[in-house]
Each structure stands twice: as structure tokens, then as C-alpha cells.
Design a protein around this ligand. Structure first.
Ligand code: COA
Length: 147
């Protein structure tokens, strides 16, 4: 997938936190520590980074029309393998605590809550999902040990 493909899918997948631009994807992908895994038809992707034995899941998205078909679950398995191959022994990510779909996915795939950052996100005033309407939303820090 190209940076334009990634930005398009990101925009379709969520409006909050703000989707990344194609330029942001291009800049991130240029980092040697970053890796991208995509589903065969380009309907989902995960972006990760491994630094000093620790993997970070930077972002993950499935196109709305392709959800609940196991694409994200499969990509998370691939993320674990790719991170381990690059020397990671643990992984972490940040997710809005109101993102119930992502929280269910991460709970189902072995991630555990390791911390909470109050007011980390500010939901736009016109968003009514994810507990929105302009109020601050906490980020949860999730961790997963990798074998
Ligand atoms: C979160 C997201 C990536 C899940 O993608 P997906 O491909 O639909 O997920 P999967 O089909 O692999 O789901 C695997 C499991 O996660 C859980 N899950 C996924 N979406 C869920 C939802 N909307 N509600 C409840 N559980 C959900 C379920 O346990 C599911 O297994 P099941 O379908 O057998 O019940 C997708 O909803 C998305 O792109 N959301 C917007 C972007 C986002 O929030 N990214 C993550 C934060 S960075």
C-alpha cells in the first residue's frame, strides 16, 4: 500500500483521533525501525516500530466494509511475529479508552492495560461517538509480552 492508500483507508476508518495524512505516512515509513503489514486486498493495515527491544503499535485500521472478518486479528498476529523477528520482547500501544471496538480487539488478543493518560485526546465538538462533544478523553496504555 502506498502512503496515499494508507491515508485514504485511515480517513475512512476513523475521524478521531485525527487520521494521518499521506505525508505523515510517508515520513513514518521512511524510518528504518518502522514496518507495515497489510491485508491481501488492502482493506486493513497495521503500522509498527521496534526500538531497543520494545515494539510500538503505531496505528491499525480496517475499512468499515471489511470489519468483523478477522482482518485486524490476523494483522495483530503478524505484528507480534514481525516485532519478535526485529528483537522486541514487549509491545505497547495507546488507545482512546472510549474506543470500544479496539479495546475489545486488544483484550481478545492478549493486550493488558498498563497505564492511563487522562485528557490525552480532545474529541472534536461535532463528534457524538466515543463519548465525544469536545470533552477530553483518556488514553490507555496497553502492553503485551512477546515470546
Ligand atoms: C478496531 C478495528 C481495527 C477492528 O478491526 P476488524 O478487522 O473489524 O477486527 P476483527 O474482525 O479482526 O475482530 C477481532 C475481534 O476483535 C473484537 N472486535 C472487533 N471489533 C469489535 C466491535 N466493533 N465490537 C466488539 N468487539 C469487536 C471481537 O472480539 C472480534 O472477534 P469476533 O468478530 O470473532 O467477535 C476496526 O474497528 C477499526 O478500524 N476501527 C477504527 C480504527 C481504530 O480504532 N484503530 C485502533 C486504534 S489505533
Amino acid at each position: 500500500m502506498t502512503p496515499d492508500d494508507l491515508a485514504r483507508l485511515h480517513r475512512a476508518a476513523f475521524a478521531f483521533p485525527p487520521p494521518w495524512s499521506a505525508a505523515a505516512f510517508a515520513t513514518t515509513l521512511a524510518q528504518p525501525a518502522v514496518f507495515l503489514l497489510a491485508s491481501p486486498c488492502g482493506q486493513a493495515f497495521v503500522l509498527g516500530r521496534v526500538v531497543a527491544g520494545e515494539a510500538e503499535l503505531l496505528t491499525l485500521a480496517t475499512a468499515p466494509a471489511a470489519r468483523r472478518q478477522g482482518l485486524a486479528r490476523g494483522l495483530l498476529q503478524g505484528f507480534d511475529t514481525a516485532a519478535t523477528t526485529r528483537g522486541a520482547t514487549t509491545a505497547f500501544l495507546e488507545v482512546a479508552e472510549t474506543n470500544t471496538a479496539a479495546m475489545a480487539l486488544y483484550a481478545a488478543t492478549g493486550w493488558i492495560t498498563a497505564g492511563r493518560r487522562p485528557g490525552y485526546y480532545h474529541c472534536p465538538a461535532d463528534r457524538t461517538d466515543q463519548g465525544g462533544q469536545g470533552r477530553p478523553i483518556a488514553a490507555l496504555v496497553l502492553q503485551k509480552p512477546l515470546r
